[in-house]
Design a protein around this ligand. Structure first.
Ligand code: NAP
Ligand code: FE
Length: 361
């Protein structure tokens, strides 16, 4: 089974081709974004010019920080209501787009802090248009939103079919302004999603052509975009791989590969993709016996050995300089074990498995 209820315009003239849809969702948009990404990427100027030309009003909510909080979502839902909006446009990396999805659901279902993750209360949502400016999360085509509770420092996601963006406009040129670090970290996030399509117990051979193609694309193009940030062809290839990653996890969900990284982000501020990257080798070694045939197929397709794959990851120098305290281990390992995506692992994971990967960092 493969389900994908998302209208996607990718690359060449995507915004122009998507315009007839973009202008059809309502009278006033809440544009959800961060402080810089929408402006420096050029996406905000392009989108507002189209809205203006078609007499559609907008209000800009640009308070979304990296790893959006549930408080920011509540503020956004209040702005949505005060400004009488009827659809949303999320512009930015995963953070603003995830926030736009959660704002839509919170505003539509009158949710609050205590029940924002209670998908049984979701009966409808407002249309969300997603315009990514990073190539990594794939959130422009997934039913997930990942939020942080600042009080508990807990980062967790929810999934609902009502959270799928209605329209995704994927313009690789919007990623040209990404820094070296954001380019690297988001590329690794896309790689994680594609690998998780192999690891997940919901793995689906229908997805393998895109998974293998996406991983090969990253192997070839990530070094290019890191060395030549202005290379639009390689940027478009990274965007395609990220899209395939999103289409993958939309169906297979993520696994321990993601949940083990969430506390590294929420407690130590490690960027999401980097948190995935530093545990990538440990996770692949842990899962290997369960998905050996699939990984062998992957390395055969890539025309490299697993050893070479690890060498490549190592050469990317994804290092972090943190000291995990005993308190972190005591509180966060149970949190990881109870996270939503743990039901998707290829076998039962123990607290010892998690501890070993953390201790290897
Ligand atoms: P991000 O947190 O959205 O952005 C990281 C940084 O990059 C911000 O400072 C942002 O600036 C900047 N930036 C973004 N695009 C830029 C551009 N084109 N030019 C210059 N700067 C740019 O990064 P992300 O890695 O894309 O998203 C991470 C979030 O997505 C995490 O919370 C993660 O958990 C979530 N995620 C969600 C899914 C899903 O399916 N829902 C999947 C994976 C990850 P601004 O502050 O100005 O925006
Ligand atoms: Fe991710």
């Amino acid at each position: 089974m493969y389900y994908f209820p998302c209208r996607v315009f990718f690359a060449e003239e995507a915004l122009t081709r998507a315009t007839p849809y973009l202008i059809g969702y309502g009278r006033k948009a809440l544009i959800v974004t961060g402080k810089q990404s929408a402006i420096v990427s050029g996406a905000l100027g392009d989108v507002t010019a189209i809205l203006k030309a078609h007499n559609i009003a907008w209000h800009i909510f640009d308070s979304v920080i990296e790893n959006p909080t549930i408080d920011t979502v509540l503020d956004g839902a209040t702005e949505f209501a005060i400004h009488d909006c009827d659809f949303l446009i999320g512009i930015g990396g995963g953070s603003p787009i995830d926030a736009a999805k959660a704002i839509s659901l919170t505003a539509a279902n009158k949710l609050d802090k205590t029940n924002m993750y209670d998908t049984s209360l979701f009966s409808h949502s407002f249309p969300v248009v997603a315009i990514p400016t990073t190539s990594g999360t794939g959130t422009e085509v997934t039913p997930y939103s990942v939020l942080t509770d600042p009080e508990t420092q807990k980062k967790a996601g929810f999934g609902s079919e009502l959270a799928y963006p209605t329209l995704s406009i994927i313009e690789p040129r919007y990623t040209l302004s990404m820094s070296h670090a954001v380019t690297l970290n988001t590329g690794i996030d896309a790689l994680s999603h594609l690998l998780e399509g192999i690891y997940s117990n919901k793995r689906n051979p229908l997805l393998y052509p895109n998974i293998f193609s996406g991983i090969k694309t990253i192997y070839k193009n990530l070094p290019i975009v890191l060395n030549e940030p202005g290379n639009l062809i390689a940027r478009a290839e990274m965007m395609r791989a990220s899209l395939y990653g999103g289409m993958t996890i939309a169906n297979t969900s993520t696994t321990l590969q993601h949940s083990i990284g969430y506390p590294l982000t929420s407690v130590y501020g490690i960027p999401h993709g980097l948190a995935n990257g530093v545990v990538m080798k440990g996770i692949m070694e842990l899962y290997y016996p369960a998905v050996e045939a699939e990984l062998k197929d992957l390395f055969h397709e890539m025309k490299i050995s697993q050893h070479k794959f690890f060498e490549w990851i190592e050469a990317l120098q994804l290092s972090i300089d943190i000291h995990l305290t005993p308190d972190f281990m005591d509180t966060r390992i149970p949190e990881v074990l109870s996270s939503r995506n743990m039901s998707n692992n290829p076998f039962e994971i123990s607290s010892e498995d998690i501890k070993k990967i953390y201790l290897d960092l």
